[in-house]
Write a protein that binds this ligand. Structure first.
Ligand code: F6P
Length: 323
């Protein structure tokens, strides 16, 4: 191996920069030349590929986002786009690629691998919905940002005897909502994995009011069938039943923009180093991820074919603790 490249793809996640830095510096340590691809798979197609030396990745470990830029590339989903990507990699003499990203990005990595190109994936998404990794880069930071917001909203909610609907990100996965709900002491958590109705959520809030609570925090995952806006519309129509006055806050991309926590920087660094180890050992077509405290590898084909599930016991616990 002489020359490798690294890219970040999909939604940016705090800690991606730490992973880029680790890939570059451990790659250089193995005597390789290291390149970066700008704007994810789009940059492979448009030939936006730049050399990265040790100083190029200096001063980025503490920064959120990704110095390489990221994108969701529609062109890469076409056969033509992927062939162009491979041809550009060949043009630069790049022999292997590290893909830092979540579900869609690792599915793309698997396609490149199946086309015969050596690829290793690094698990990174704030959603924590990636099979093959118990916790991915960016989750801890996003969770802590959501938690800070919940804590603040609880203070103002209690002052005014209000209920707050707080919508958190996560695409189709309820992990961020569930965990921030537990850590923030929410009165109710609404996630895509568990069916509910606005009537049932309203009943939980009314019960909290009747138990003498000064506030009610309802954390709602953006992917829930009844998202915060739908619940808000229902609650407004049935205000009298609720007991509390009501407000709604959508956290959205605020969760993605933070400086990575120590946990995310260390996780990203370990995964970046593990990715170049895989390349050195000729272990291609795998995702590196953290499982039970250890860095493990899972075939990208397995990652692409499976869905990570929410732990239902943890969801039940959230309900018990809300009392
Ligand atoms: O996958 C990360 C994520 O932030 C999801 O939680 C969210 O649904 C989505 O990306 C938002 O995508 P975009 O940044 O393209 O609006």
């Amino acid at each position: 191996m002489q020359r490798i490249a690294v890219l970040t793809s999909g939604g940016d996640a705090p800690g991606m920069n730490a992973a880029i830095r680790a890939v570059v510096r451990t790659g250089l340590g193995k005597g390789w030349e290291t390149y970066g691809v700008r704007q994810g798979y789009s940059g492979l197609i448009t030939d936006s590929i730049i050399p990265l030396g040790p100083r190029d990745v200096g001063g980025i470990i503490q920064q959120g986002g990704t110095m390489l830029g990221s994108a969701r590339s529609a062109e890469f989903r076409t056969e033509e786009g992927r062939k162009q990507a491979l041809s550009n990699l060949a043009k630069h003499g790049i022999e292997a690629l590290v893909v830092i990203g979540g579900n869609g990005s690792q599915t793309g990595a698997n396609v490149l691998f199946e086309m015969g190109f050596p690829v290793v994936g690094i698990s990174s998404t704030i959603d924590n919905d990636l099979y093959g990794a118990e916790i991915t880069i960016g989750v801890d930071t996003a969770l802590n940002i959501a938690l800070e917001a919940i804590d603040r909203l609880k203070v103002t909610a209690a002052s005014h005897k209000r209920a707050f609907l707080i919508e958190v990100m996560g695409r189709d996965c309820g992990y961020l909502a569930l965990m921030s709900g537990i850590a923030g002491g929410a009165e109710a958590v609404v996630i895509p994995e568990v069916e509910t109705t606005p009537e049932a959520v309203a009943a939980e809030i009314t019960a909290a009011y009747e138990r003498g609570k000064t506030h009610a925090i309802i954390v709602v995952a953006e992917g829930a069938a009844y998202d915060a806006e739908k619940l808000n519309a229902y609650f407004r129509e049935h205000k009298a039943k609720l007991g509390f006055d009501l407000r709604m806050t959508t956290l959205g991309h605020v969760q993605r923009g933070g400086e990575p926590t120590a946990f995310d920087r260390i996780l990203a660094t370990r995964l970046g180093a593990a990715a170049t180890e895989c390349l050195q050992n000729g272990e291609y077509g795998v995702l590196v991820g953290l499982n039970k405290g250890q860095i493990t590898t899972t075939p990208l084909a397995t990652v692409a074919a499976n869905k990570k599930l929410i732990d239902m016991k943890t969801f039940e616990l959230a309900g018990i603790l809300a009392k």
